[in-house]
Design a protein. Structure first.
Length: 178
């Protein structure tokens, strides 16, 4: 009885502090851990969506994310958004993204991200969108993007993802492609 009570108290304490084990959706491939994979809901008729995730390299050698594919998209690429002469521009990263050993790379809104184009259907909040990441060393890795609200800035958010100031949300419609 004391052991059970002790375990319950420890679990309650851990939850209170926000300490939790690795998420069930974390995917391991070689020395890589892919976590926090998500996207935003898209309005009907939208033809593009961004994908975001975190890649941690716990291995001893660098690896590189070289491509992405998704059945729901006619085309999928790795993109970056960067300022160029005072204008935000987006371009495909043809050589992918390198993840050095001991480092973490975040694909996030406003920076490097997955770009899913020619969508075959809308992303709805609560959906899980399967994508395949191709790494130079770890090979093909299947992950699911958890679809958040339209204005989400991070996975899980605070429950107000659909109520954010849309003026601050990156809009891909006016981006110039190189």
């Amino acid at each position: 009885m004391k052991t059970m009570l002790k375990n319950v108290l420890l679990a309650t304490f851990a939850v209170t502090l926000g300490v939790a084990p690795a998420a069930a959706d974390d995917v391991k491939a070689g020395g890589l851990i892919i976590s926090q994979a998500w996207s935003r809901a898209t309005p009907g008729g939208a033809k593009v969506a961004g994908g975001y995730l975190t890649i941690e390299n716990k291995g001893t050698a660098a690896d590189r994310l070289v491509s992405v594919s998704a059945d729901i998209a006619g085309k999928a690429e790795i993109h970056e958004m960067a300022m160029d002469n005072g204008l935000m521009k987006m371009r495909a990263l043809d050589k992918g993204v390198t993840i050095d050993p001991g480092k973490t790379v975040k694909l996030a809104p406003g920076g490097n991200h997955l770009m899913l184009q020619e969508l075959k259907g809308p992303f709805k909040q609560g959906d899980k969108v399967p994508v395949t990441l191709q790494f130079e060393k770890a090979g093909k890795v299947a992950v699911s993007l958890d679809v958040q609200g339209v204005g989400a800035q991070a996975p899980g958010g605070d429950g107000h993802s659909g109520h954010m100031d849309m003026k601050k949300t990156p809009d891909h419609s006016g981006m110039k492609m190189k």
